[in-house]
Design a protein around this ligand. Sequence first.
Ligand code: ATP
Ligand code: MG
Ligand code: MG
Ligand code: MG
Length: 477
Amino acid sequence: NKRIKVKQLLASEQTGHEVTVMGWVRTFRNNQFLAVNDGSTNNNIQIVLELGQFDEALLKRLTTSASVKVTGEVVPSMGKGQKIEVKAKTLEILGDSDAEKYPLQLRNRPSLEYLREIAHMRFRTNTFGAVFRVRHSLAFAIHKFFNEKGFVYLHTPIITASDAEGAGEMFRVTSLPFDGTPRNEDGSVNFKEDFFGKSTNLTVSGQLEGELGATAFGEIYTFGPTFRAENSNTARHLAEFWMIEPEMAFSDLEDNMNLAEEFIKYIIQYAMDNNREDLEFLAQRLVEEEKQKPQAERSEMGLIEKLEFVLNNNFERITYTEAIDILLQSPAYKKKKFQYEVKWGIDMQSEHERYLVEKHFKKPVIVTNYPKDIKAFYMRLNEDGKTVAAMDILAPGIGEIVGGSQREERLENLEARMKEMHVPAEDLWWYLDTRRFGTVPHAGFGLGFERMVLFVTGMTNIRDVIAFPRTPKTAEF
Ligand code: ATP
Ligand code: MG
Ligand code: MG
Ligand code: MG
Protein backbone atom coordinates (compact mmCIF):
# COMPACT_ATOMS: atom_id res chain seq x y z
CA ASN A 1 0.00 0.00 0.00
CA LYS A 2 1.92 3.02 -1.27
CA ARG A 3 -0.83 5.53 -0.63
CA ILE A 4 0.18 9.07 0.21
CA LYS A 5 -1.85 11.05 2.73
CA VAL A 6 -3.54 14.11 1.30
CA LYS A 7 -2.01 16.39 3.92
CA GLN A 8 1.49 15.29 2.98
CA LEU A 9 0.74 15.47 -0.72
CA LEU A 10 -0.62 19.03 -0.53
CA ALA A 11 2.26 20.16 1.66
CA SER A 12 4.97 18.81 -0.66
CA GLU A 13 3.79 20.79 -3.71
CA GLN A 14 6.08 18.69 -5.91
CA THR A 15 4.88 17.76 -9.36
CA GLY A 16 5.81 15.25 -12.05
CA HIS A 17 5.62 12.04 -10.06
CA GLU A 18 2.95 9.38 -9.67
CA VAL A 19 0.94 8.92 -6.46
CA THR A 20 -1.86 6.79 -5.10
CA VAL A 21 -4.56 8.49 -3.05
CA MET A 22 -7.34 6.77 -1.13
CA GLY A 23 -10.24 8.50 0.51
CA TRP A 24 -13.89 9.46 0.34
CA VAL A 25 -15.52 11.54 -2.36
CA ARG A 26 -16.62 14.97 -1.18
CA THR A 27 -17.85 16.35 -4.50
CA PHE A 28 -17.81 15.45 -8.18
CA ARG A 29 -18.36 18.28 -10.67
CA ASN A 30 -18.87 18.35 -14.43
CA ASN A 31 -17.95 14.67 -14.78
CA GLN A 32 -14.40 15.89 -14.44
CA PHE A 33 -13.37 17.25 -11.03
CA LEU A 34 -13.34 14.86 -8.12
CA ALA A 35 -12.61 16.23 -4.63
CA VAL A 36 -11.28 13.49 -2.33
CA ASN A 37 -10.79 13.75 1.41
CA ASP A 38 -8.88 11.21 3.48
CA GLY A 39 -9.27 12.71 6.96
CA SER A 40 -5.64 13.83 7.31
CA THR A 41 -6.71 17.43 6.65
CA ASN A 42 -9.87 19.33 5.83
CA ASN A 43 -8.41 20.17 2.43
CA ASN A 44 -9.40 17.90 -0.42
CA ILE A 45 -7.14 16.77 -3.21
CA GLN A 46 -8.58 17.57 -6.61
CA ILE A 47 -8.50 14.64 -9.01
CA VAL A 48 -8.93 15.59 -12.65
CA LEU A 49 -10.54 13.06 -15.01
CA GLU A 50 -10.35 13.50 -18.73
CA LEU A 51 -13.67 13.56 -20.57
CA GLY A 52 -14.31 10.08 -21.91
CA GLN A 53 -11.47 8.56 -19.91
CA PHE A 54 -13.76 6.40 -17.76
CA ASP A 55 -17.10 4.62 -18.33
CA GLU A 56 -20.27 6.53 -17.79
CA ALA A 57 -21.34 3.74 -15.40
CA LEU A 58 -18.27 4.26 -13.24
CA LEU A 59 -18.71 8.03 -13.13
CA LYS A 60 -22.28 7.60 -11.89
CA ARG A 61 -20.94 5.80 -8.85
CA LEU A 62 -18.76 8.73 -7.80
CA THR A 63 -21.31 9.93 -5.26
CA THR A 64 -20.50 11.84 -2.09
CA SER A 65 -18.87 9.57 0.50
CA ALA A 66 -18.10 6.69 -1.89
CA SER A 67 -14.59 5.44 -1.15
CA VAL A 68 -12.05 5.52 -3.97
CA LYS A 69 -8.51 4.64 -4.89
CA VAL A 70 -6.90 6.87 -7.48
CA THR A 71 -3.51 6.69 -9.10
CA GLY A 72 -2.20 9.48 -11.23
CA GLU A 73 0.40 12.12 -11.92
CA VAL A 74 0.79 15.16 -9.70
CA VAL A 75 0.48 18.25 -11.88
CA PRO A 76 0.29 22.02 -11.24
CA SER A 77 -3.27 23.19 -10.66
CA MET A 78 -5.00 26.01 -12.47
CA GLY A 79 -7.61 26.20 -9.72
CA LYS A 80 -7.59 28.86 -7.03
CA GLY A 81 -6.35 28.01 -3.54
CA GLN A 82 -4.37 24.91 -4.46
CA LYS A 83 -1.01 24.51 -6.10
CA ILE A 84 -1.32 20.91 -7.25
CA GLU A 85 -3.85 18.35 -8.41
CA VAL A 86 -3.76 14.76 -9.60
CA LYS A 87 -4.34 13.81 -13.22
CA ALA A 88 -6.08 10.44 -12.92
CA LYS A 89 -4.59 7.36 -14.55
CA THR A 90 -6.56 4.66 -12.77
CA LEU A 91 -9.70 5.04 -10.70
CA GLU A 92 -11.23 2.34 -8.55
CA ILE A 93 -14.33 2.51 -6.37
CA LEU A 94 -13.66 0.68 -3.13
CA GLY A 95 -17.11 1.13 -1.64
CA ASP A 96 -20.27 2.57 -3.15
CA SER A 97 -22.42 5.01 -1.23
CA ASP A 98 -26.11 5.62 -1.63
CA ALA A 99 -25.96 9.39 -1.58
CA GLU A 100 -29.71 9.69 -1.05
CA LYS A 101 -29.45 7.90 2.27
CA TYR A 102 -26.11 9.32 3.38
CA PRO A 103 -26.87 10.99 6.73
CA LEU A 104 -24.61 13.98 6.08
CA GLN A 105 -26.24 14.61 2.73
CA LEU A 106 -29.73 14.78 4.23
CA ARG A 107 -29.25 18.28 5.56
CA ASN A 108 -27.62 21.29 4.06
CA ARG A 109 -25.10 22.65 6.60
CA PRO A 110 -26.12 20.22 9.36
CA SER A 111 -26.34 21.78 12.83
CA LEU A 112 -24.20 20.56 15.70
CA GLU A 113 -27.39 19.27 17.34
CA TYR A 114 -28.25 17.21 14.30
CA LEU A 115 -24.67 15.94 14.09
CA ARG A 116 -24.91 14.79 17.72
CA GLU A 117 -27.80 12.57 16.63
CA ILE A 118 -25.60 11.02 13.97
CA ALA A 119 -22.43 11.00 16.06
CA HIS A 120 -21.25 7.85 14.26
CA MET A 121 -20.87 9.86 11.03
CA ARG A 122 -19.86 13.29 12.25
CA PHE A 123 -16.10 12.65 12.04
CA ARG A 124 -16.52 13.05 8.29
CA THR A 125 -17.41 16.72 8.59
CA ASN A 126 -14.78 19.46 8.49
CA THR A 127 -15.73 20.75 11.94
CA PHE A 128 -15.28 17.41 13.64
CA GLY A 129 -12.26 16.56 11.54
CA ALA A 130 -10.58 19.68 12.90
CA VAL A 131 -11.78 19.17 16.49
CA PHE A 132 -10.54 15.60 16.75
CA ARG A 133 -7.20 16.26 15.12
CA VAL A 134 -6.68 19.08 17.65
CA ARG A 135 -7.80 16.78 20.47
CA HIS A 136 -5.28 14.20 19.30
CA SER A 137 -2.47 16.75 19.32
CA LEU A 138 -3.35 17.99 22.79
CA ALA A 139 -3.30 14.40 24.10
CA PHE A 140 0.09 13.86 22.52
CA ALA A 141 1.42 17.17 23.90
CA ILE A 142 0.31 16.17 27.40
CA HIS A 143 2.50 13.07 27.35
CA LYS A 144 5.33 15.04 25.74
CA PHE A 145 5.21 17.73 28.42
CA PHE A 146 5.31 15.35 31.36
CA ASN A 147 7.87 13.11 29.73
CA GLU A 148 10.19 16.09 29.24
CA LYS A 149 9.76 16.95 32.91
CA GLY A 150 10.49 13.43 34.10
CA PHE A 151 7.03 12.60 35.44
CA VAL A 152 6.15 8.88 35.48
CA TYR A 153 2.89 7.99 33.70
CA LEU A 154 0.97 5.99 36.30
CA HIS A 155 -2.11 3.96 35.39
CA THR A 156 -4.54 4.20 38.26
CA PRO A 157 -7.43 1.72 38.44
CA ILE A 158 -10.70 2.17 36.55
CA ILE A 159 -12.57 -0.21 38.86
CA THR A 160 -11.81 0.89 42.36
CA ALA A 161 -13.04 0.71 45.93
CA SER A 162 -11.92 4.26 46.65
CA ASP A 163 -14.30 7.09 45.86
CA ALA A 164 -11.91 10.07 46.11
CA GLU A 165 -14.34 11.31 48.73
CA GLY A 166 -17.08 13.43 47.37
CA ALA A 167 -15.61 14.13 43.95
CA GLY A 168 -18.95 13.20 42.40
CA GLU A 169 -21.74 10.66 42.16
CA MET A 170 -20.39 7.24 41.26
CA PHE A 171 -21.37 4.34 39.03
CA ARG A 172 -21.42 1.09 41.00
CA VAL A 173 -19.85 -1.95 39.39
CA THR A 174 -22.10 -4.99 39.13
CA SER A 175 -21.22 -8.37 37.69
CA LEU A 176 -23.15 -10.87 35.64
CA PRO A 177 -21.92 -14.46 35.63
CA PHE A 178 -20.82 -15.74 32.24
CA ASP A 179 -22.77 -19.00 32.36
CA GLY A 180 -26.30 -17.84 31.77
CA THR A 181 -28.21 -14.99 33.26
CA PRO A 182 -29.53 -15.68 36.75
CA ARG A 183 -33.10 -14.55 37.24
CA ASN A 184 -35.09 -13.61 40.25
CA GLU A 185 -38.46 -15.23 40.80
CA ASP A 186 -40.21 -12.32 39.12
CA GLY A 187 -38.06 -12.84 36.01
CA SER A 188 -35.86 -9.77 36.46
CA VAL A 189 -32.10 -10.13 35.99
CA ASN A 190 -30.28 -10.97 39.20
CA PHE A 191 -27.22 -8.72 39.08
CA LYS A 192 -24.51 -9.16 41.64
CA GLU A 193 -24.17 -5.76 43.19
CA ASP A 194 -20.49 -6.20 43.81
CA PHE A 195 -17.05 -7.07 42.52
CA PHE A 196 -16.40 -10.61 43.82
CA GLY A 197 -17.90 -9.82 47.17
CA LYS A 198 -16.54 -6.27 47.44
CA SER A 199 -18.31 -3.03 46.71
CA THR A 200 -16.58 -1.15 43.89
CA ASN A 201 -17.27 1.73 41.53
CA LEU A 202 -15.89 3.26 38.35
CA THR A 203 -13.19 5.75 39.26
CA VAL A 204 -14.15 9.41 39.72
CA SER A 205 -10.50 10.47 40.04
CA GLY A 206 -7.12 8.76 40.25
CA GLN A 207 -5.79 11.23 42.77
CA LEU A 208 -5.57 9.16 45.95
CA GLU A 209 -3.77 6.38 44.10
CA GLY A 210 -1.68 9.03 42.33
CA GLU A 211 -0.43 10.23 45.70
CA LEU A 212 0.96 6.74 46.34
CA GLY A 213 2.94 7.09 43.13
CA ALA A 214 4.18 10.61 43.84
CA THR A 215 5.45 9.61 47.27
CA ALA A 216 7.62 6.97 45.60
CA PHE A 217 8.57 8.31 42.16
CA GLY A 218 8.57 11.97 43.17
CA GLU A 219 6.44 13.06 40.23
CA ILE A 220 3.70 11.19 38.41
CA TYR A 221 0.71 11.91 36.20
CA THR A 222 -2.36 9.99 35.23
CA PHE A 223 -4.28 10.46 32.01
CA GLY A 224 -7.31 8.28 31.74
CA PRO A 225 -11.10 8.03 31.74
CA THR A 226 -13.09 9.01 34.81
CA PHE A 227 -16.78 8.51 35.46
CA ARG A 228 -19.34 10.56 37.29
CA ALA A 229 -23.04 9.92 37.44
CA GLU A 230 -23.84 13.53 36.57
CA ASN A 231 -27.50 13.65 35.79
CA SER A 232 -27.34 17.32 34.99
CA ASN A 233 -27.21 17.66 31.19
CA THR A 234 -25.05 20.79 31.24
CA ALA A 235 -22.80 21.76 28.35
CA ARG A 236 -19.75 21.16 30.60
CA HIS A 237 -20.46 17.79 32.23
CA LEU A 238 -20.19 14.28 30.85
CA ALA A 239 -20.75 10.97 32.62
CA GLU A 240 -17.49 9.71 31.08
CA PHE A 241 -14.63 12.14 30.59
CA TRP A 242 -10.85 12.13 30.59
CA MET A 243 -8.75 13.67 33.26
CA ILE A 244 -5.06 14.52 33.58
CA GLU A 245 -3.83 14.39 37.17
CA PRO A 246 -0.21 15.24 37.96
CA GLU A 247 1.00 14.80 41.53
CA MET A 248 4.31 16.16 42.81
CA ALA A 249 6.21 15.36 45.99
CA PHE A 250 8.28 18.09 47.70
CA SER A 251 5.89 20.72 46.34
CA ASP A 252 3.46 23.29 47.65
CA LEU A 253 0.48 25.22 46.28
CA GLU A 254 2.71 27.76 44.53
CA ASP A 255 4.60 24.98 42.68
CA ASN A 256 1.24 23.51 41.78
CA MET A 257 -0.04 26.78 40.27
CA ASN A 258 3.19 27.24 38.36
CA LEU A 259 3.06 23.74 36.95
CA ALA A 260 -0.59 24.06 35.92
CA GLU A 261 -0.02 27.37 34.14
CA GLU A 262 3.11 26.18 32.35
CA PHE A 263 1.36 22.95 31.38
CA ILE A 264 -1.73 24.65 29.95
CA LYS A 265 0.41 27.07 27.94
CA TYR A 266 2.63 24.27 26.67
CA ILE A 267 -0.19 22.19 25.24
CA ILE A 268 -1.88 25.24 23.70
CA GLN A 269 1.43 26.21 22.09
CA TYR A 270 1.83 22.69 20.77
CA ALA A 271 -1.58 22.85 19.08
CA MET A 272 -0.78 26.31 17.68
CA ASP A 273 2.45 24.97 16.18
CA ASN A 274 1.06 21.70 14.86
CA ASN A 275 -2.61 22.32 14.11
CA ARG A 276 -2.59 25.82 12.71
CA GLU A 277 -4.72 24.94 9.71
CA ASP A 278 -7.38 23.23 11.83
CA LEU A 279 -7.41 26.05 14.39
CA GLU A 280 -7.82 28.59 11.63
CA PHE A 281 -10.71 26.58 10.26
CA LEU A 282 -12.33 26.50 13.71
CA ALA A 283 -11.69 30.23 14.15
CA GLN A 284 -13.49 30.91 10.88
CA ARG A 285 -16.35 28.67 11.95
CA LEU A 286 -16.65 30.73 15.09
CA VAL A 287 -16.73 33.98 13.13
CA GLU A 288 -19.69 32.64 11.14
CA GLU A 289 -21.42 31.59 14.33
CA GLU A 290 -20.83 34.95 15.99
CA LYS A 291 -22.51 36.67 13.04
CA GLN A 292 -25.78 35.00 14.07
CA LYS A 293 -25.62 36.70 17.48
CA PRO A 294 -26.67 40.24 18.33
CA GLN A 295 -23.75 42.69 18.29
CA ALA A 296 -23.60 43.06 22.07
CA GLU A 297 -23.15 39.35 22.65
CA ARG A 298 -20.37 38.83 20.15
CA SER A 299 -16.98 38.06 21.62
CA GLU A 300 -14.28 40.64 21.18
CA MET A 301 -11.53 38.21 20.26
CA GLY A 302 -11.21 35.55 17.61
CA LEU A 303 -10.07 32.06 18.52
CA ILE A 304 -6.43 32.47 17.47
CA GLU A 305 -6.19 35.85 19.21
CA LYS A 306 -7.68 34.36 22.37
CA LEU A 307 -5.13 31.54 22.41
CA GLU A 308 -2.27 33.95 21.74
CA PHE A 309 -3.50 36.17 24.53
CA VAL A 310 -3.49 33.26 26.97
CA LEU A 311 0.02 32.30 25.89
CA ASN A 312 1.36 35.82 26.34
CA ASN A 313 -0.19 36.78 29.66
CA ASN A 314 0.09 35.53 33.20
CA PHE A 315 -2.99 33.99 34.73
CA GLU A 316 -4.51 36.19 37.41
CA ARG A 317 -4.01 34.74 40.91
CA ILE A 318 -6.46 35.65 43.67
CA THR A 319 -7.69 34.11 46.88
CA TYR A 320 -11.23 32.88 47.33
CA THR A 321 -11.80 35.70 49.86
CA GLU A 322 -10.72 38.27 47.26
CA ALA A 323 -12.95 36.62 44.67
CA ILE A 324 -15.99 36.91 46.93
CA ASP A 325 -15.15 40.58 47.60
CA ILE A 326 -14.94 41.28 43.88
CA LEU A 327 -18.33 39.63 43.35
CA LEU A 328 -19.90 41.60 46.22
CA GLN A 329 -18.55 44.86 44.77
CA SER A 330 -19.60 44.03 41.22
CA PRO A 331 -22.27 45.90 39.26
CA ALA A 332 -23.76 42.48 38.51
CA TYR A 333 -24.29 41.87 42.23
CA LYS A 334 -25.63 45.35 42.87
CA LYS A 335 -28.08 44.99 40.00
CA LYS A 336 -29.11 41.57 41.36
CA LYS A 337 -27.96 39.84 38.17
CA PHE A 338 -26.71 36.72 39.95
CA GLN A 339 -29.20 33.93 40.35
CA TYR A 340 -27.33 32.34 43.27
CA GLU A 341 -26.41 33.89 46.59
CA VAL A 342 -22.96 35.47 47.06
CA LYS A 343 -21.32 35.36 50.49
CA TRP A 344 -18.15 34.00 52.04
CA GLY A 345 -18.54 30.25 52.32
CA ILE A 346 -20.50 29.53 49.14
CA ASP A 347 -19.32 27.09 46.49
CA MET A 348 -19.06 29.50 43.57
CA GLN A 349 -21.52 28.81 40.77
CA SER A 350 -20.66 28.93 37.11
CA GLU A 351 -22.22 32.43 36.82
CA HIS A 352 -19.80 33.70 39.49
CA GLU A 353 -16.77 32.02 37.94
CA ARG A 354 -17.63 33.36 34.53
CA TYR A 355 -18.12 36.87 35.89
CA LEU A 356 -14.60 36.80 37.34
CA VAL A 357 -12.91 35.60 34.14
CA GLU A 358 -15.07 37.13 31.44
CA LYS A 359 -16.15 40.45 32.91
CA HIS A 360 -13.68 41.33 35.61
CA PHE A 361 -10.22 40.03 34.71
CA LYS A 362 -10.81 39.04 31.08
CA LYS A 363 -8.21 36.27 31.36
CA PRO A 364 -7.75 32.90 33.08
CA VAL A 365 -7.89 33.17 36.87
CA ILE A 366 -6.45 30.92 39.57
CA VAL A 367 -8.53 31.08 42.75
CA THR A 368 -6.82 29.78 45.91
CA ASN A 369 -7.51 29.10 49.59
CA TYR A 370 -11.14 28.04 49.59
CA PRO A 371 -13.18 27.54 52.78
CA LYS A 372 -12.42 24.07 54.10
CA ASP A 373 -16.09 23.19 54.42
CA ILE A 374 -16.66 23.16 50.68
CA LYS A 375 -13.53 21.18 49.78
CA ALA A 376 -12.37 17.57 50.16
CA PHE A 377 -10.76 16.14 53.29
CA TYR A 378 -7.28 15.71 51.80
CA MET A 379 -6.58 19.41 51.16
CA ARG A 380 -3.99 21.03 53.41
CA LEU A 381 -5.38 23.17 56.23
CA ASN A 382 -4.06 26.74 56.22
CA GLU A 383 -2.82 28.57 59.32
CA ASP A 384 -6.14 30.42 59.66
CA GLY A 385 -7.87 27.10 60.41
CA LYS A 386 -10.72 28.12 58.08
CA THR A 387 -9.34 27.70 54.60
CA VAL A 388 -7.44 25.01 52.72
CA ALA A 389 -4.61 25.24 50.16
CA ALA A 390 -6.90 24.58 47.20
CA MET A 391 -6.78 26.07 43.74
CA ASP A 392 -9.27 26.15 40.87
CA ILE A 393 -8.35 27.49 37.46
CA LEU A 394 -11.17 29.27 35.67
CA ALA A 395 -11.13 29.85 31.94
CA PRO A 396 -13.12 32.35 29.86
CA GLY A 397 -16.18 30.81 28.27
CA ILE A 398 -15.99 27.71 30.40
CA GLY A 399 -15.40 28.31 34.10
CA GLU A 400 -13.55 25.67 36.10
CA ILE A 401 -11.06 23.66 34.07
CA VAL A 402 -8.68 22.64 36.86
CA GLY A 403 -9.22 21.67 40.47
CA GLY A 404 -6.20 21.04 42.66
CA SER A 405 -4.56 21.51 46.03
CA GLN A 406 -1.60 21.03 48.26
CA ARG A 407 -2.36 17.83 50.14
CA GLU A 408 -2.52 17.48 53.91
CA GLU A 409 0.71 15.67 54.67
CA ARG A 410 0.43 15.87 58.49
CA LEU A 411 -1.07 12.61 59.76
CA GLU A 412 -2.85 14.08 62.80
CA ASN A 413 -4.44 16.86 60.77
CA LEU A 414 -5.53 14.44 58.10
CA GLU A 415 -7.06 12.04 60.61
CA ALA A 416 -8.88 14.87 62.33
CA ARG A 417 -10.30 16.09 59.02
CA MET A 418 -11.42 12.61 58.05
CA LYS A 419 -13.23 12.24 61.34
CA GLU A 420 -14.87 15.62 60.92
CA MET A 421 -16.08 14.67 57.46
CA HIS A 422 -17.04 11.09 58.33
CA VAL A 423 -14.49 9.49 56.03
CA PRO A 424 -13.81 6.01 57.46
CA ALA A 425 -10.11 5.66 58.20
CA GLU A 426 -10.23 1.86 57.88
CA ASP A 427 -11.14 2.17 54.18
CA LEU A 428 -8.18 4.44 53.53
CA TRP A 429 -5.51 2.74 55.65
CA TRP A 430 -3.34 2.42 52.51
CA TYR A 431 -3.66 6.14 51.84
CA LEU A 432 -2.72 7.05 55.41
CA ASP A 433 0.42 4.91 55.07
CA THR A 434 1.90 7.60 52.79
CA ARG A 435 1.76 9.90 55.85
CA ARG A 436 3.09 7.25 58.22
CA PHE A 437 6.18 6.28 56.28
CA GLY A 438 8.18 9.28 55.19
CA THR A 439 5.50 11.87 54.60
CA VAL A 440 6.40 14.89 52.45
CA PRO A 441 4.64 18.06 51.35
CA HIS A 442 3.00 17.32 48.02
CA ALA A 443 0.49 18.81 45.64
CA GLY A 444 -1.38 18.05 42.47
CA PHE A 445 -4.34 18.90 40.30
CA GLY A 446 -6.89 17.48 37.90
CA LEU A 447 -7.48 19.01 34.48
CA GLY A 448 -10.66 17.95 32.70
CA PHE A 449 -9.40 17.09 29.23
CA GLU A 450 -12.66 17.86 27.41
CA ARG A 451 -12.90 21.29 29.06
CA MET A 452 -9.40 21.99 27.74
CA VAL A 453 -10.38 20.81 24.26
CA LEU A 454 -13.44 23.08 24.42
CA PHE A 455 -11.21 26.00 25.26
CA VAL A 456 -8.70 25.37 22.48
CA THR A 457 -11.22 24.58 19.73
CA GLY A 458 -13.73 27.28 20.67
CA MET A 459 -16.53 24.70 20.70
CA THR A 460 -19.23 25.36 23.28
CA ASN A 461 -20.80 21.99 24.08
CA ILE A 462 -18.72 19.28 25.74
CA ARG A 463 -20.53 16.61 23.70
CA ASP A 464 -18.83 18.00 20.61
CA VAL A 465 -15.26 17.44 21.76
CA ILE A 466 -15.42 13.79 22.84
CA ALA A 467 -15.71 11.11 20.19
CA PHE A 468 -18.50 9.10 21.81
CA PRO A 469 -20.27 11.29 24.36
CA ARG A 470 -21.75 9.65 27.43
CA THR A 471 -24.51 11.69 28.95
CA PRO A 472 -27.91 10.68 30.31
CA LYS A 473 -29.25 11.08 26.76
CA THR A 474 -26.48 9.62 24.66
CA ALA A 475 -25.26 6.06 24.90
CA GLU A 476 -25.72 4.53 21.44
CA PHE A 477 -22.29 3.04 21.09
P1 ATP B 1 -17.55 21.15 38.39
O1 ATP B 1 -17.54 22.16 39.50
O2 ATP B 1 -17.46 21.74 37.03
O3 ATP B 1 -18.66 20.14 38.52
P2 ATP B 1 -15.76 19.59 39.93
O4 ATP B 1 -15.29 20.61 40.89
O5 ATP B 1 -16.86 18.67 40.35
O6 ATP B 1 -16.19 20.30 38.54
P3 ATP B 1 -13.24 18.19 40.17
O7 ATP B 1 -13.63 17.10 41.08
O8 ATP B 1 -12.49 19.34 40.71
O9 ATP B 1 -14.54 18.71 39.38
O10 ATP B 1 -12.48 17.52 38.91
C1 ATP B 1 -11.36 18.10 38.27
C2 ATP B 1 -11.68 18.60 36.88
O11 ATP B 1 -12.36 17.62 36.10
C3 ATP B 1 -12.62 19.78 36.85
O12 ATP B 1 -11.92 20.97 37.08
C4 ATP B 1 -13.17 19.72 35.45
O13 ATP B 1 -12.25 20.26 34.51
C5 ATP B 1 -13.25 18.23 35.17
N1 ATP B 1 -14.60 17.69 35.36
C6 ATP B 1 -15.23 17.44 36.53
N2 ATP B 1 -16.44 16.89 36.34
C7 ATP B 1 -16.57 16.74 35.00
C8 ATP B 1 -17.59 16.20 34.15
N3 ATP B 1 -18.69 15.66 34.66
N4 ATP B 1 -17.39 16.23 32.82
C9 ATP B 1 -16.26 16.74 32.29
N5 ATP B 1 -15.27 17.25 33.03
C10 ATP B 1 -15.40 17.27 34.37
MG1 MG C 1 -18.83 18.57 39.88
MG1 MG D 1 -16.13 22.65 41.08
MG1 MG E 1 -13.26 21.12 41.39
